[in-house]
Design a protein around this ligand. Structure first.
Ligand code: GDP
Length: 193
């Protein structure tokens, strides 16, 4: 079932003053570039090209707010901690993510981690950020279709160990639909509050 067929880009923010009013509920999505974040957002909302906006040239440093239903939003964080970013870009990113973490509307964070790579230092940055703001984190171990069953079980176990209670974790594939229902339930649960 797709209950988000009216999902649309609400706004792209280059600064926290452009954020929408801090009302309703929102869930953030983060992940290293290429982790499968856009594919996950598209699969979860049932809108195939929704998150493409975040990849348009010039938009990759913006925080994109998508409205799923009135007062219910997804926030697509640009590739965090991006290595090539200038000091100014990094400061702007930190300022926006700090402001985001302080919003009453923020209910949770989906962190996309490639199941073949596991939890990396950049992911740790995000976990620290979420931990400091008491924002619950749910990790989607993405591209699970690329792993054999035993490898996936191993990847889940390793991630669970590293996350050490800081996040819940599940396998996810935007290609074969593994974990899609579970992830959708998590999204709905967070947005319900
Ligand atoms: P983003 O940069 O994190 O937004 O990542 P994308 O969603 O654009 O995905 C990066 C690449 O991984 C693309 O080539 C996708 O087609 C591929 N990809 C994304 N999700 C999956 C998945 O679940 N399985 C497989 N096999 N490939 C995926």
């Amino acid at each position: 079932m797709n209950s988000y067929d009216r999902a649309a880009l609400l706004l792209s923010a280059a600064h926290e003053r452009h954020f929408p009013p801090d009302e309703g509920a929102e869930v953030a999505f983060a992940g290293r570039s290429n982790a499968g974040k856009s594919s996950a957002i598209n699969a979860l909302t049932g809108r195939r090209a929704l998150a493409r906006t975040s990849k348009l040239p010039g938009r990759t440093r913006l925080l994109n707010f998508f409205e799923l239903t009135p007062g219910r939003r997804i926030v697509d964080l640009p590739g965090f901690g991006f290595a090539a970013a200038s000091t100014a870009e990094r400061a702007s990113w930190e300022s926006m993510t700090t402001a985001l973490s302080q919003r009453a509307a923020l209910r949770g964070l989906f962190l996309l981690i490639d199941s073949r790579r596991g939890v990396l230092p950049r992911d740790e940055e995000l976990l620290v950020w979420a931990g400091a703001s008491e924002c619950p984190v749910h990790v989607l171990l993405s591209k699970s279709d690329k792993l054999k069953r035993a490898e996936l079980a191993q990847a889940l176990k390793a991630a669970d160990l590293t996350l050490a209670g800081r996040a819940t974790v599940q396998a996810f594939s935007a290609v074969d639909g593994t974990g899609l229902e579970q992830a959708r339930k998590q999204l709905q649960h967070w947005l319900k509050k």
